[in-house]
Write a protein that binds this ligand. Structure first.
Ligand code: ATP
Ligand code: MG
Length: 559
């Protein structure tokens, strides 16, 4: 089977490895989240790269939970990660945990001690950190660096046996305190934590660091290409050092780094997102304003749009920030083909058609219009929409004193009520405060369906909902979560730029068919945008995106 394979530096590396039979033509990747929070849009990029690359080369990609920090990790997060990957449309070959390898990692640590390449350090964290030095500032060798193998083995075993309190000792690799690369200055491999681990319980009180766990876990699983983000670039020599000093069961995996995906007006840091949740700034990890996959899903972002965006922006080694409007453009494009149309009014004003007929009992006649559910997709069929003599229209669609270029309804002007009739406003009703509470109009019975037989034109078409047939809805309208393009650019703290008005909740009125919306279904409310039915609460909708493509406008401005 031939497949079209995109060109980027990662694929180039893999093709070269395949040509040279480096891994016998095998391609295996992994997605290694730490289960300490929910996945966000940045992770979607990593998932697309990890799973997408393996898939293209006929390889496999496992999900490996990097559960080496017992204090911050929980099963709740594991479950959400598993669900989110499936939602995005990827299927891990296996579900694995770094904690599965605690025994092997421990054995390899003893092996390195035996080789004189690791030692137990009794220094406190402050001393270790000061002795590491900095850029252009050489490190200082620890006073404990020249312990004998026997002494190190004894102490390390006693660390594992639980003889020492947290923070009193660490195991360090014995590499090079003069290295230009800080990662190689005797990095910590194990720290003491008397903590309960959500999988291994109280079996361990020494836990491996990321650097010590990661490459070795890759090797144990048979990973060939370990793809991660650019901040691990300087850790690659350490990744290689560990692997080349151990008796591996198979091939030595290769770490490849790419630039993180970041967006304007939002953050992709689990720590900051967690703070929004604990501070109550948002309702939870799955709040429709959150850039988490669960938030985006509630908001109505289709998984296909996220996948397409992550694939089409390409993969590079240059850090940059994508415009959130560009992602919205993908969302809109996808929704335009799948979202059924409905009519809803979010800022209602009563429109009374004075010449509307009544039946013999004096009740206003009700007419039903057959309306296409989606002009982009005939397969979506039609629905019946009730029309009668009293309607809700959008308050913005009427002006008592029309400003220049206002083509919508005003007294004396004729407009189209979408799919129904042409109507002409004849007068207004005010409340005692002078506010317009109702507009009166007449309709032209000859214009059924919305077109005049004499061919006369109107300048605007408005949506409407029959008052007698309207369903109440609650709608969340969202602004950006952060007011600035680069949150925290000025102060260094993203949370300083939080938008205090990122959500407005309004009551609206919608045509009766709205009641049939399935949880999570996204509808286009005519002229208002795309709205997702809430996953949990009936009659609650979230505005996914508006209809206007702001990204197109931005690109035009940028020429
Ligand atoms: P945080 O720093 O917010 O805790 P993290 O990046 O450390 O997040 P992990 O759970 O360790 O989160 O990430 C799992 C994988 O996803 C890693 O390979 C990481 O490089 C990748 N990843 C995380 N954030 C992004 C991002 N913004 N863009 C691309 N990949 C990302
Ligand atoms: Mg991490």
């Amino acid at each position: 089977m031939t497949q079209s394979v995109a060109n980027d530096f990662i694929r180039d590396i893999i093709r070269r490895d395949n040509e040279h039979q480096t891994y016998g033509g095998r391609v295996q990747t992994r997605f290694p989240p730490e289960p300490n929070g929910y996945l966000h849009i940045g992770h979607a990029k990593a998932i697309t790269v990890d799973f997408g690359t393996a898939e293209e080369f006929g390889g496999i990609c496992n999900l490996r939970l990097d559960d080496t920090n017992p204090d911050t990790e929980e099963t709740e997060y594991v479950d959400s990660i598993v669900a989110d990957i499936e939602w995005l449309g990827f299927h891990p070959a296996k579900l694995l945990h770094a904690s599965d390898y605690f025994g092997q990692l421990y054995a390899w640590a003893e092996y390195l001690i035996g080789q004189g390449q690791a030692f137990v350090d009794d220094s406190d964290t402050g001393t270790i950190s000061a002795e590491r030095g900095g850029f252009g500032k050489p490190g200082v060798e620890s006073a404990y660096r020249s312990r004998t193998v026997e002494e190190n083995l004894d102490l390390f075993r006693r660390m594992k046996a639980g003889e020492f309190p947290d923070g009193t000792r660490v195991l360090r690799a014995r590499i090079d305190m003069q290295s230009e690369n800080m990662a190689l200055r005797d990095p910590v491999m194990y720290r003491i934590r008397h903590s309960h681990h959500f999988r291994t319980g109280d079996d361990w009180c020494v836990y491996p660091t990321y650097d010590w766990a990661h490459g070795q876990s890759d090797a144990i699983e048979g990973v060939t290409h370990s793809i991660c983000t650019l901040e691990f670039d300087t850790h690659r020599p350490l990744y290689d050092w560990y692997l080349s000093h151990l008796p591996l069961p198979g091939d030595q995996p290769k770490q490849i780094e790419f630039a993180r995906l970041e967006f304007t007006h939002t953050v992709t840091s689990k720590r900051r997102l967690a703070k929004l949740v604990t501070d109550g700034t948002v309702d939870g990890w799955d709040d429709a304003r959150m850039p988490t996959l669960q938030g985006l899903r509630r908001r109505g972002y289709p998984a296909a749009a996220i996948r397409a965006f992550c694939t089409e922006i390409g993969t590079t080694r240059t850090n940059s920030r994508q415009s959130i409007e560009a992602l919205e453009s993908y969302v809109r494009r996808e929704l335009n083909t799948i979202a059924q149309r409905r009519m809803a009014v979010l800022n209602p004003l009563r429109l009374v058609i004075d010449n509307w007929p009544t039946d013999t009992t004096g009740t206003p006649v009700v007419e039903y219009f057959d309306v296409a559910n989606n002009p982009e997709n005939a397969g979506d069929g039609t629905r019946q929409v009730a029309f009668s003599g009293e309607l809700w229209i959008e308050a913005d669609d009427f002006a008592e004193v029309p400003p220049p270029k206002f083509f919508r309804l005003t007294v004396g002007r004729e407009v189209r009520l979408r799919g129904a009739y042409l109507v002409t406003a004849t007068g207004v009703e005010h409340d005692p405060g002078g506010k317009v509470v109702a507009v009166h109009a007449t309709y032209d019975p000859a214009t059924r369906g919305g077109d005049a037989p004499d061919g006369r034109k109107v300048k605007s078409t408005m949506h409407w909902v029959s008052t007698a047939h309207a369903t109440d809805i609650t709608v969340g309208l969202y602004g950006r979560l952060f007011t600035t393009q680069v949150p925290g650019e000025a102060t260094g703290e993203a949370l300083d730029d939080l938008n205090p008005n990122s959500r407005e909740i309004v009551r609206g009125l919608a045509e009766a068919a709205i009641a049939d919306a399935a949880p999570g279904q996204v509808l286009q409310f005519e002229r208002l945008g795309y709205f997702a039915a809430d996953l949990d609460t009936a009659s609650v909708f979230h505005r996914t995106v508006g209809l206007r493509d702001e990204w197109a406008a931005i690109q035009k401005r940028q020429g």
